[in-house]
Design a protein around this ligand. Structure first.
Ligand SMILES: [Zn+2]
Ligand SMILES: [Zn+2]
Ligand SMILES: [Zn+2]
Length: 466
């Protein structure tokens, strides 16, 4: 400890320092043998050895209690300095010279007091019980400070080593852990990019178009040009005309991409000015109205089997049961499609369904009041597809469906590069974590990490549509 070196007992302080003694109950120091008043003879002898002015000048009846006070005072000041350093997360602790002197003097005085024999202790040589006790306390204080320092350094290291880039990730000691971290991080980035891209895009639906595949097979440039012409018709001042920079071909829609968020917002509102704005590009082309889905758990399969989900009669019945306007429910689908190769022996009696509505107010009403099937109440929650655990049937990775998967097939059983259905292997290995289980095993660490990530995302969003 540097303090011990600097505050050598022989050195005379140039200033007098004041400190406020604290009650011993606040400190860790326990004086087991209460010291009884003065054995003045011993005192005089002891005091002659003391060089520190403030200690020699005022002979005390209880030197060990004084030492305790000094140690507590020094420790509290060290703690205060340490706490300040923690707040600013600095690695180097800077102490004002005057503060350092106060602490050093406190240690110095404590040292001097401890050297004085305890009045109850008749033996002039060797440390008394009280002295041992105080010395133990001092050792304890020292180790506490050292411990705090180690903890702080450790914490600092953790803060600095939080994985941020691939390079950082690779450094993680456990390869397995780092691989899972990488996958989670990549999904996080994909999700961020997706959300960002959506702000600059306008989705147009091909659902009401006679032969949507005919449009989708056209060159992207031609589609973009025709949409641009449709937009141009509504703008007199060409400098303000939003410009289509490119398109994306989706399954049943096309997405126009713009340079700015403002342009996309303007284009999204064009059909309010001119209802058939998109018909001039392709007849039947419409602005895609996002659906609002709610998840309803625990519906008896017998009441709402998969085969009945797209029955208009059932949809009508549900709309009336739930006091909705007609055509509010767009579609109903099961929350989870079953993995074809999963051999499950348990017979499922209930399932979770997603009810898609074109009106967010009705969706919100269901979330707050519940959803009724055959007059039985069920709790409903907001369906956010990107927050649902989704595993691809083709590549067994998370975050997308097989219908949009462009990757090579990955076997969910043996982890090799073939479709799970074609597997002839007798061994089972999860390709994501290398554990001996199938890729969709509930105890797979990758699956658990993905679930945690989604739950965290979910926790940060509102439970209603806004
Ligand atoms: Zn996939
Ligand atoms: Zn296989
Ligand atoms: Zn696994």
């Amino acid at each position: 400890m540097p303090l011990k070196k600097t505050a050598s007992p022989g050195k005379e302080p140039t200033t007098t320092f004041a400190f406020t003694p604290v009650k011993s109950s606040q400190s860790k120091i326990m004086v087991q043998n209460p010291v009884t008043p003065a054995n003045s003879k011993g005192h005089v002898r002891a005091l002659s050895l003391v060089s520190n002015a403030s200690v020699t000048d005022t002979p005390v009846s209880n030197p060990h209690a004084k030492a305790e006070q000094q140690l507590v005072s020094a420790l509290q000041q060290l703690q205060a300095i340490y706490n300040d350093a923690c707040k600013t997360r600095t690695q180097t602790i800077t102490i004002k010279k005057s503060t350092f002197e106060v602490i050093a003097t406190a240690f110095n005085e404590a040292y001097e007091y401890i050297k004085q024999p305890c009045p109850v202790n008749t033996k002039p040589t060797g440390p008394s019980n009280t002295e041992i006790c105080i010395l133990d306390s001092l050792a304890e204080i020292r180790s506490t400070v050292v411990n705090l320092d180690a903890k702080y350094t450790n914490l600092e290291a953790k803060v600095n080593n939080t994985p941020k880039t691939y390079a950082d990730l690779v450094k993680l000691s456990s390869v397995k852990e780092s691989k899972i971290e990488q996958q989670i991080q990549r999904r996080k980035w994909r999700e961020e990019v997706r959300q960002e891209r959506q702000k600059y895009g306008v989705t147009l639906s091909l659902k009401d178009i006679d032969k949507p595949e005919k449009i989708l097979s056209m060159p992207a440039k031609s589609i973009a040009e025709r949409c641009q012409q449709a937009i141009n018709r509504l703008f007199v001042n060409t400098s303000e005309t939003p410009r289509v920079i490119g398109i994306s071909k989706l399954a049943k829609s096309i997405r126009l991409q713009f340079e700015t968020e403002d342009e996309a917002t303007t284009v999204r509102k064009l059909d309010q000015t001119k209802k058939d704005v998109w018909d001039t590009a392709f007849e039947g082309l419409k602005l895609h109205i996002p659906m609002h889905g709610i998840v309803v758990h625990g519906i008896p399969i017998a009441n709402l089997p998969l085969t009945m989900m797209d029955s208009p009669k059932l949809i009508q019945q549900l709309e009336s049961e739930n006091h909705m306007e007609t055509d509010t429910i767009v579609k109903i689908s099961p929350l989870r499609r079953r993995m074809k190769n999963r051999n499950s022996e348990t017979v499922q009696l209930h399932h979770s369904i997603i009810v898609y509505m074109n009106d967010k107010h009705f969706a919100n009403k269901c979330i707050s009041n519940g959803f009724y099937v055959d007059y039985l109440h069920y709790a409903a929650e907001k369906f956010v597809p990107q927050y649902q655990l989704m595993q691809c049937f083709n590549c067994c990775d998370y975050g997308h469906r097989a219908t949009s998967c462009k990757r090579q097939s990955r076997c969910g059983k043996c982890g090799e590069k073939h479709n799970t259905r074609e597997c002839q292997s007798t061994t089972v290995q999860c390709f994501q974590c290398k554990g001996s289980h199938e890729a969709w095993h509930p105890k797979c660490p990758v699956r658990i990490a993905e679930k945690d990530r989604l739950e965290e995302l979910m926790g940060n969003t509102s439970c209603l549509f806004n």
